[in-house]
Design a protein around this ligand. Structure first.
Ligand code: KG4
Ligand code: ZN
Length: 345
């Protein structure tokens, strides 16, 4: 069984984990949320500096928590794309240095492939093909997982990502950052049918709608107008607004994911990314998919949000197939998931 230590520093979490095959031996996540909260979003320069301070202690802690020595580690991995370049560089340089000094293979990992592989940690028997609904702060994608490293993006957002929409709507309601968890909590006590909101369908030039793409900008604008109007007549009914907004997002994502799985004959939908933690989405997708005999995999919350165990898992899958990366591999702020195999030699 391949054992990999991985470092993830693509955004605002410094994470290090050790994974053996599809089993998590340790997973350390040091969040920077408090550091960025005052700014209402991630400040790239602050993120890099914080990663630099945290990464070495986190590596030592992950190895110790796994109860292993370096001799038991078969490969060292890091997220190399996509993400904040300065932040990615910190984790990648740390991993490459360890690989060089310890004479072990280095593997660069695509962050989104990591989110897909989180489902392997939850369900070790899972094998492609399956559909992955990836919903994070930066991405809203429906991905046809054809083989390890072979992905086809079938649907995506035309504007804001789902998590971004949660964050922006929370900000306009004055709820703070990050918005997803706050809206989710408020929605528990609200009425999801209180307000009628658009579902964000994409019209096609030839008529009809795109079956898998989505848009959240119309929904965001509708929320802005609604809050402006409601604010004139007293305190905002925040719970009802949160519940209605969450229901609209959950419906948009569930409908498209199920249509896509059905059209491509896929019997499993694996959900990943921070928004996979959303209770409204989890409930609706599970119920609707079950009616159509489609299995839904919902990893535990700690595997949905950014972590290094999912990165180590992706790397272990590639290393087990004899793939490694060059130490000359650089980091990239953007990279299509379709290019994953170019990371390996
Ligand atoms: O995957 P992730 O941790 O980071 C990346 O973007 O890669 O996702 C973060 C996003 C944020 O936008 C956050 O608001 C959202 O996930 N999120 C949620 C929930 N928990 C986190 N959105 C909706 N409901 C939640 N419970
Ligand atoms: Zn992520």
């Amino acid at each position: 069984m391949t054992t990999v230590l991985a470092v993830e520093t693509s955004c605002d979490e410094t994470a290090v984990a050790v994974v053996k095959g599809r089993q998590v031996l340790s997973s350390i996540v040091s969040s920077q949320i408090d550091l960025h909260r005052a700014y209402g979003g991630v400040v790239p320069e602050l993120a890099s500096r914080q990663h630099l301070e945290t990464v070495n202690p986190a590596i030592a802690q992950a190895l110790e928590a796994a109860g292993l020595s370096w001799a038991a580690i078969d490969g060292i991995a890091a997220t190399v794309a996509p993400g904040l370049v300065g932040a990615l560089l910190v984790g990648t340089m740390a991993a490459k240095t360890l690989a060089l000094v310890l004479e072990k293979p280095f593997l660069g990992v695509h962050h989104l492939e990591g989110h897909i592989c989180a489902s392997y940690l939850e369900q070790p028997q899972l094998q492609p093909p399956f559909l992955c609904l990836l919903v994070s702060g930066g991405h809203t994608s429906l991905i046809h997982v054809q083989d390890q490293g072979v992905y086809k993006t079938l649907g995506q957002t035309r504007d804001d990502a789902a998590g971004e929409a949660f964050d922006k709507v929370a900000r306009l309601m004055g709820l703070g950052y990050p918005g997803g968890p706050v809206i989710d909590r408020l929605a528990q006590t609200g009425d999801p049918t209180a307000f009628v909101l658009p579902e964000g369908k994409i019209s096609l030039p030839q008529g009809g709608y795109h079956p898998y793409d989505s848009s959240f900008s119309g929904l965001k604008t509708a929320m802005l107008r609604l809050t402006e109007r409601l604010a004139q007549s007293g305190p905002l009914p925040t719970a009802d607004l949160a519940a209605s907004f969450q229901a609209a997002v959950a419906k948009a994502l569930s409908n498209r994911a199920i249509a896509c799985a059905q059209d491509f004959g896929l019997k499993t939908i694996a959900v990943g990314g921070g928004v996979a933690a959303n209770s409204g989405l989890r409930a609706l997708l599970s119920t609707e998919a079950a009616k159509r005999n489609i299995q839904v995999l919902l990893p535990p919350l700690g595997l949905c949000t950014d972590n290094a165990a999912m990165i180590a898992c992706a790397a272990a899958e590639h290393l087990a197939r004899g793939r490694v990366s060059s130490l000359k591999l650089g980091v990239q702020s953007r990279m299509p998931l379709e290019n994953v195999m170019r990371l390996y030699v």
